[in-house]
Write a protein that binds this ligand. Structure first.
Ligand code: PLP
Length: 423
């Protein structure tokens, strides 16, 4: 690429960045509010170095573990929480919560359409539900789709609540997952939560909060969600937590889920961690800032692609309730080249060329760019997309905004080189 083009790209990105000043200001205000709440949680729980210590064996009286639970709970507007490195993924945490709450004959009512791909086998939505899946264990699954515009079908939800007898769990997914819709802001969940409390007061509201934490000043628990769940290799781990997940919410429900997490009768009394808890505390402390960096990166991608007349979701000036940015390409090849450019701009495995593959738990081939320090950590800059029409890449993360900006530039260079765009 000649120097003239390089200069043009740099000017184009800088201009775009200047247009985003007010959007960035809003993100920084949200960061400030969240940072203060997290700080207050640390102070009020009197966090100190003894909480970082490694523990072994049963983990009785593991104050690092128990204090981390409370700091997380307060940071997320919840009464209680289970924060565990032993959750192998977000899906594992979500499944643990659902399996802990639902018994044979109970209805799980999903009100934001079909849940995230990896939950299909966990719930048992495939043709042959596997042993231990919710459906195989007698849970009845019902679903109300979102409206075309991504809003809740409040009438449909009310009808379902009135029609179904044993609704035990009402399930909401905040983030878009691999769906072409905007993430749902916690505030927008309130009418649904109010309807649940009105029609089925004893139903438990469970929210898959993955990707949503700290993107706004509130969480679903601020508006009546009983349980929220997320992954520590996304927002609330701050890019530092090496693995794990959290389940937060109402105290009695957390106790009940703890019995499923370990053993009925023993629950949260046990569970040690020989590597110590420093990274979970530090990660949570950094989470509001890192989430803001990821949001700014997403906004820059959105605005650059808008200026290139490509289709994006959400728009650069939308209020965001997750860190995911969807970008639509004209061909499968453009999608693949995009992911390759992101990979090439990664600090780890930057020399690797990603290929589409059959990822377990997903129905289509998926291409992923993930040059991350922590395997699969999508709070680090990463992109992925199922190879199916319309060719959509989902980009998320970015530990620093500067890295995000560099990656945007590299993507533009790649698109110019491939002849997909001119600027
Ligand atoms: C990431 C994510 C999950 C959990 O995925 P894991 O890969 O199992 O951590 C669940 N739901 C949504 C919406 C997600 O984005």
């Amino acid at each position: 690429m000649n120097e003239e083009t390089m200069r043009k790209v740099a000017r184009f990105i800088n201009e775009t960045e200047h247009e985003l000043r007010t959007v960035f200001d809003r993100i920084e205000e949200i960061e400030y509010v969240n940072q203060e709440r997290v700080l207050n949680a640390f102070c009020s729980e009197k966090v100190s170095a003894r909480h970082f210590a490694q523990t072994a064996g049963y983990g009785y009286d593991d104050i690092g573990r128990d204090t981390l639970d409370r700091v997380f709970a307060k940071s997320l507007f919840c009464e209680d929480a289970l924060v565990r490195p032993t959750f192998a993924s977000g899906t594992h945490a979500i499944f643990t919560a659902l399996a802990g709450l639902l018994e044979s004959g109970d209805v799980m009512l999903a009100v934001s359409g079909r849940p995230y791909d990896t939950l299909e086998t966990a719930i048992g939505l495939d043709d042959n539900p596997q042993p231990n899946s919710l459906i195989r264990n007698g849970v009845i699954y019902e679903q109300v789709d979102l409206n075309q515009d991504g809003s809740f079908d409040l009438n449909g939800i009310e009808t379902a609540l009135n029609r179904l007898e044993n609704v035990k769990v009402v399930y909401v997914q905040r983030s878009r997952g691999y769906a072409w819709r905007e993430a749902i802001a916690p505030e927008s969940m309130k009418p649904v939560f109010d309807a649940v409390k009105r029609i089925k007061n004893d139903a438990i509201i469970v929210v898959d909060n993955c990707y949503g934490e700290f993107t706004l000043e509130t969480e679903p628990s601020s508006f009546g969600a009983d349980i929220i769940i997320g992954s520590l290799i996304k927002n609330p781990g701050g890019g530092i937590a090496p693995t794990g997940g959290y389940i937060a919410g109402r105290g009695d429900l957390i106790e009940r889920i703890a019995a499923r997490l370990t053993v009925p009768g023993t629950g949260r009394e046990i569970g040690s961690y020989a590597a110590g808890y420093t990274q979970f505390y530090q990660g949570l402390f950094l989470a509001p800032h890192v989430t803001a960096q990821a949001l700014k990166t997403a906004v820059l991608f959105a605005r650059v692609f808008e200026r290139l007349k490509l289709t994006t979701m959400p728009a650069s000036n939308s209020v965001r309730s997750d860190i995911v940015q969807a970008l639509r390409f004209n061909t499968a090849q453009d999608l693949v080249e995009f992911c390759r450019a992101i990979q090439a701009a990664s600090p780890v495995d930057g020399y690797v060329v990603p290929e589409p593959w059959d990822m377990p738990g997903y129905n289509d081939q998926v291409i992923m760019a993930a040059g991350t320090f922590i395997q699969g950590a999508s709070i680090e800059l990463s992109a992925d997309g199922p190879i199916r029409e319309p060719y959509t890449a989902y980009i998320q993360g970015g530990l620093t905004y500067s890295h995000g900006k560099i990656a945007v530039s590299r993507v533009i260079h790649s698109m110019i080189r491939n002849g997909s765009i001119r600027i």
